[in-house]
Design a binder for this molecule. Structure first.
Ligand code: HEM
Length: 489
């Protein structure tokens, strides 16, 4: 990029001067969301760094990101060919692979439709408005029981360890038509390792950009390859079982519906997109992976914020008690009556910005942004953390204030303010699980807040420092949970 000819009328990208071989790796450091946000103050919304030998364009600012991902969406919707991405879903991931635009679009549509139909399907009894509500309500009730029993046995619990199984069961229900016990070692050993997965695929991992590092022994990379291997084997085994028991007249779950699509396509002579069955059925691998890690991270952070801000936790419980009561389980339809809970969730998304960058993007042709030239195949980082902490958009951005999302009298959610939070990306690559995710985080929290009171272990402060990765996690810790409704103990 430094030696590229700049077309007339366009400018060369600003940015820090790179060192030979390592580029700006030292300045980027271990908290890229902070260092790249600081650089945006110096260089502006569009600047360039070099990680190793590879130039990377970093985008900040709500307007600039909107311009790139929506108005110039086609040019910014590719994925870069990064070393770590090749190991995800055997290199056939919908979210991480460098699929051509036509193939990616067809797979994305299939994934979107499958998710939508299996979350909105009728529940097994009229008590539930849809399958998603049924799965979450049942898993929420199991979770409460499980935490109650762990508290009795051990006196404390690690929030992520239990939440992740409940959340994984919701997506397992939709994808594979089954759930796992909280002590299932096969599932636990997979879902408990997602921290290490995120650390490698987080934006700016030097091994993705400095080829020599790929040949040096690295424990993290070895772990990453092994996690992906185990994950792929786990899903493959279930997919094979589905092929064996597949019945065209009884489509049980998302895996069946994807197999069904492959069968239909073989009969469709007009089908013009060439895709292997593996690429179609492999979509379920992406849905399962994306569906548990993100939501369990959101819920674990929510619990941590409740512990760090006990007065907020009390207000959440009071709102639930007054609007839903303590005698029945909360429902999706209660959401409009729980504005403080919605405001709390938005503030957790904003303040933690636990997905600080989207998955890296890549330009699909030569383009320009804000007058700067950006060549084809340039890797682009989208800094969501910067938008969520931009003092131009937020008053006192570093403080945790759920009320910022409520109307002046505190009775209604300020939807316009909520739309300023960037957590799911935007434009053509925007998260396809957003509706499910927002509903799931809301309903799990409503169920938890109704029944449980969380606090830290005596004498221990909660550590809210995030650990950097694709999804940033809070440090693993132990908390206490007390049942609020004594009769259920
Ligand atoms: C992509 C956020 C839950 C499926 C993404 C991206 C973000 C994101 C930031 C990348 C956008 C980009 O590259 O520009 C979140 C958050 C979640 C969540 C914050 C929960 C709180 C889910 C769930 C599913 C899902 C539940 C599915 C069950 C996907 C898929 C992609 C994606 C398949 C890749 C889309 C593509 O590359 O075209 N998500 N997500 N996500 N998400 Fe989510």
């Amino acid at each position: 990029l430094f030696h590229t000819e700049i077309p007339e009328g366009l400018r060369r990208l600003p940015g820090p001067k790179p060192l030979p071989i390592i580029g700006n790796v030292l300045e980027v450091g271990s908290k890229p969301y902070l260092s790249l946000t600081a650089m945006s103050k110096q260089y502006g919304d569009v600047f360039q760094i070099q990680i190793g030998m590879r130039p990377v364009v970093v985008l900040s600012g709500s307007e600039t990101i909107r311009q790139a991902l929506i108005k110039q969406g086609e040019e910014f919707s590719g994925r870069p060919d990064l070393y770590s991405f090749r190991f995800i879903n055997d290199g056939k991931s919908l979210a991480f692979s460098t699929d051509q635009a036509g193939v990616w679009r067809a797979r994305r549509k299939l994934a979107y439709n499958a998710l939508r139909s299996f979350s909105t399907l009728d529940g097994t009894t009229p008590e539930y408005s849809c399958m998603l509500e049924e799965h979450i309500s049942k898993e929420g009730a199991y979770l409460i029981k499980q935490l109650n029993s762990v508290m009795k046995d051990k006196g404390s619990f690690d929030p992520f360890r239990y939440i992740v199984v409940s959340v994984a069961n919701v997506i397992c229900g939709m994808c594979f038509g089954r759930r796992y016990d909280h002590s299932d070692q096969e599932l636990l050993s997979l879902v408990n390792l997602s921290d290490e997965f995120g650390q490698v695929v987080g934006s700016g991992n030097p091994a993705d950009f400095i080829p020599i590092l790929q040949f040096l022994p690295s424990k993290t990379m070895k772990n990453f390859v092994s996690i992906n291997d185990r994950f792929n084997k786990f899903v493959k085994k279930i997919v094979i079982e589905h092929y064996v028991t597949y019945d065209k007249d009884n489509i049980r779950d998302i895996t069946d519906s994807l197999i069904d699509h492959c069968e239909d396509r073989k009969l469709d002579e007009n089908c013009n997109i060439q895709m292997s069955d593996e690429k179609i059925v492999g979509i379920v691998n992406d849905l399962f992976g994306a569906g548990f890690d993100t939501i369990s991270t959101a819920l674990s952070w929510s619990v941590m914020y409740m512990v760090a801000y006990p007065e907020v936790q009390e207000r959440l419980h009071e709102e639930l008690k007054n609007k839903v009561g303590l005698d029945r389980s909360p429902r999706l339809s209660d959401k409009p009556n729980l504005p403080f809970l919605e405001a709390f969730i938005l503030e957790v998304f904003r303040h933690s910005s636990f997905l600080p960058f989207t998955i890296p993007h890549c330009t699909s042709k030569d383009t320009s942004l804000n007058g700067y030239f950006i060549p084809k195949d340039t890797c682009v980082f989208i800094n969501q953390w910067q938008i969520n902490h931009d003092p131009k958009l937020w008053k006192d951005p570093s403080s945790f204030i759920p009320d910022r999302f409520l109307s002046a009298d505190g009775t209604e959610l300020n939807k316009l303010e909520g739309e300023k939070v960037m957590a799911f990306g935007m434009g053509k690559r925007r998260c396809i699980g957003e509706v499910i995710a927002r509903n799931e985080v809301y309903l799990f929290l409503a169920i938890i807040v109704q029944k449980l009171l969380f606090d830290s272990m005596p004498g221990q402060l909660v550590d809210m420092t995030p650990e950097y990765g694709l999804t940033m996690k809070s440090k693993r810790c132990h908390l206490r949970a007390t049942m609020r409704v004594k009769s259920e103990q």
